[in-house]
Ligand binder design. Structure first.
Ligand code: HEM
Length: 222
């Protein structure tokens, strides 16, 4: 039996609002949960998982959810305000990521361990480099006159698409970090699976948001 159009669209909106709320909870819950086994301050290493979880789960997800039509905490604010909050959160995420990378590299150097030898280490390095490039791309979008040959609409589309790739790369690094020996011995059983679900859930919500806002719309305009 087909649902009437209005009921269907209301149901769809309610589902999107619920998944947005779950994404906020997962984005904040993940760093809080990582802080428990890491015990920040107990060692130099302890700051790495916390800073990275803050950067790539909390700050990055919130920087993108700011633009969500259903679940943005700034829904009633102007686009200009949302853009400002977006780049401020993005900048904070970059600072946390650079600090987290510096700390883990220095800690490895102190312990005489080889650098970038695991899948997590390699993907993590790529993620931080990609985040730097994405932020530079964001500066171009703030000052579009810097590039003369591309229209603002094209720049926005490229920024959103490559931002989505960067976000998924960040989630992959988080998940590979959760496969590390340190994490799998600190967090076991159902808790480990629940934490794995956090970046999966936020990725699905963000992918849906960006595709709806840019990719489908832009394609149907041509
Ligand atoms: C997107 C977020 C993350 C990024 C970009 C990242 C990046 C990195 C990088 C580049 C290294 C290797 C450093 C070197 O070899 O000098 C590393 C190591 C490590 N990270 Fe992360 N990390 C992230 C999140 C996490 C999380 C959430 C955890 C724990 C749950 C974690 C646990 C570890 C551990 C145990 C190591 C040492 C072992 C190894 O090199 O694989 N990381 N991380």
């Amino acid at each position: 039996m087909a649902l009437p159009g209005e009921v269907e669209s209301r149901l769809y909106r309610a589902l999107r609002a619920a998944s947005g709320a779950a994404a906020h909870a997962a984005a904040l819950g993940f760093p809080a949960a990582v802080a428990l086994p890491a015990r920040p301050g107990s060692s130099l290493f302890s700051w790495h998982p916390l800073l990275m979880a803050l950067a790539f789960s909390f700050l990055l997800t919130e920087a993108l959810l700011v633009f969500s039509p259903e679940s943005s905490p700034l829904r009633s604010f102007s686009r200009k305000v949302k853009v400002r909050v977006h780049w401020a959160l993005q900048l904070l995420a970059l600072l946390c990521a650079l600090l987290g990378l510096g700390i883990i590299s220095y800690n490895k150097h102190l312990n005489g361990k080889a650098h970038f030898v695991t899948w997590h280490g390699l993907t993590g390095l790529l993620t931080v480099l990609y985040t730097c490039m994405q932020c530079l791309g964001g500066v171009v979008l703030l000052y579009p006159k810097l590039v003369k040959n591309w229209t603002l609409a094209k720049l926005k589309l490229y920024h959103a698409t490559s931002g989505l790739v960067g976000y998924l790369l960040g989630c992959t690094s988080l998940m590979l970090g959760m496969c590390s020996l340190w994490f799998t011995t600190s967090v076991t059983g159902v808790s480990w699976y629940l934490l794995m679900l956090c970046p999966i859930l936020t990725s699905l919500v963000i992918m849906n948001q960006v595709s709806n806002a840019y990719l489908y719309r832009k394609r149907s305009q041509h």
